[in-house]
Design a protein around this ligand. Structure first.
Ligand SMILES: Cc1cc2nc3c(=O)[nH]c(=O)nc-3n(C[C@H](O)[C@H](O)[C@H](O)COP(=O)(O)O)c2cc1C
Length: 334
């Protein structure tokens, strides 16, 4: 299928990514592994492996397995607070990974340079205009701006406000991918019109046939509407937790209890603030695994964005991408 208007509007994005369409499959821990990542890249998008809390040897194996399933480019998403970040970067280098996405906070000193040294492009999240400018000065090749409509860990600002704050000022400097709340191609067209080079979607890909998420996880997505995907609440002002958007369930209550437990450990001097934050992140990784892999959608974390209401059936990745691209093409041609 040819999408002349869409391809023209995404040219800077596709040039950077090396894919047919500048549609990134946002990395989702436990979900974005070899099957979904290769399916997205094979369908003309750009798949991204979620390294999450993976140890180095597992990422090594995952990249090798993904390469065996696609000859198209794909990326690896690394969380900046991972204790072995530099070893993970080295494994990406060993496999000739072309793009590394750094998520979860400011890139630590030397990490952008380390990624450039392995010959990969660096993509970072810009939570504010000031940070975006700083990242551009640090030499990143592209930015993602992600609004609070997204699934998973979120910032406090909506996609539409972030896009207005950042695109007019930085879109000329580096390609920018807009993420958060995108469910249809018309929205893709709108962000491209505003200067984005492409988009990143997560929620829309969870119910792909190729996605290994447990059938119960997919079913929860198919049933949910936008208002079911709620942000977690911080209960203790001393313990700043990054909010997570997920479907409301008993697991939401478990997070409240976990925060109380960690706050108590802070009080008792058993943990410092950095360790407390790691405890919280471990909780999320475990809770997400429980829902995605084990299918416990009542007690686990069913991370989902507000666009979950627009996920209406299980279907192959190629169909999802073709539908999004056709909608975007029609909107741009109109
Ligand atoms: C189940 C789930 C897990 C996610 N895990 C990660 C992650 O490990 N790293 C990351 O950078 N983003 C993660 N995200 C965010 C996605 O990469 C993507 O940016 C987001 O889903 C885009 O917004 P959307 O959900 O509205 O499409 C996750 C999202 C979901 C729904």
């Amino acid at each position: 299928m040819a999408y002349p208007h869409l391809s023209a509007a995404m040219a800077r994005g596709t040039e950077l990514l090396g894919s047919d369409l500048a549609i990134l499959g946002g990395a989702m821990s436990w979900v974005s592994e070899r099957n979904l990542v290769s399916a997205i890249s094979n369908a003309g998008g750009f798949g991204v492996i979620a390294a999450g809390a993976m140890p180095v040897d597992l990422l090594d194996a995952e990249i090798a397995a993904t390469k065996a399933m696609t000859a198209r480019p794909f990326g690896v998403n690394l969380i900046t607070m991972h204790p072995d970040l530099f070893e993970l970067i080295a494994v990406c280098g060993k496999h000739g990974v072309s793009h590394v996405v750094l998520a979860g906070g400011l890139p630590p000193k030397g990490s952008i340079e380390a990624i450039k040294d392995i010959g990969a492009k660096v993509i970072c999240f810009a939570p504010t205009l000031a940070m975006g400018k700083k990242l551009v000065r640090s030499g990143v090749d592209a930015l993602v701006i992600e609004g609070m409509e997204a699934g998973g860990h979120i910032g406090p600002v909506s996609t539409s406000v972030l896009a207005q704050e950042i695109l007019p000022h930085l879109a000329a400097d580096v390609p920018i991918f807009v993420a958060g709340g995108i469910g249809r191609g018309e929205a893709i067209a709108a962000w491209l019109d505003m200067g984005a080079a492409g988009v990143q979607l997560g929620t829309r890909f969870v119910c792909a046939t190729e996605c290994i998420a447990h059938p119960a996880f997919k079913k929860a997505f198919l049933r949910a509407s936008a208002r079911d995907a709620v942000a977690s609440v911080q209960i203790d002002p001393r313990l700043p937790v990054i909010p997570v958007r997920a479907l409301k369930n008993a697991g939401t209550e478990a997070f409240t209890a976990k925060q109380r437990e960690v706050a108590q450990m802070l009080d008792d001097g058993q943990l410092d603030m950095a360790e407390a934050q790691i405890e919280i992140e471990k909780f999320w990784a475990g809770a997400l695994r429980r829902a995605v892999i084990d299918g416990d959608v009542d007690n686990g974390s069913v991370m989902a964005g507000q666009s979950v209401g627009m996920v209406s059936r299980e279907e192959p990745v190629a169909d999802i991408i073709a539908e999004l691209a056709s909608e975007a093409e029609a909107a741009l041609a109109g």
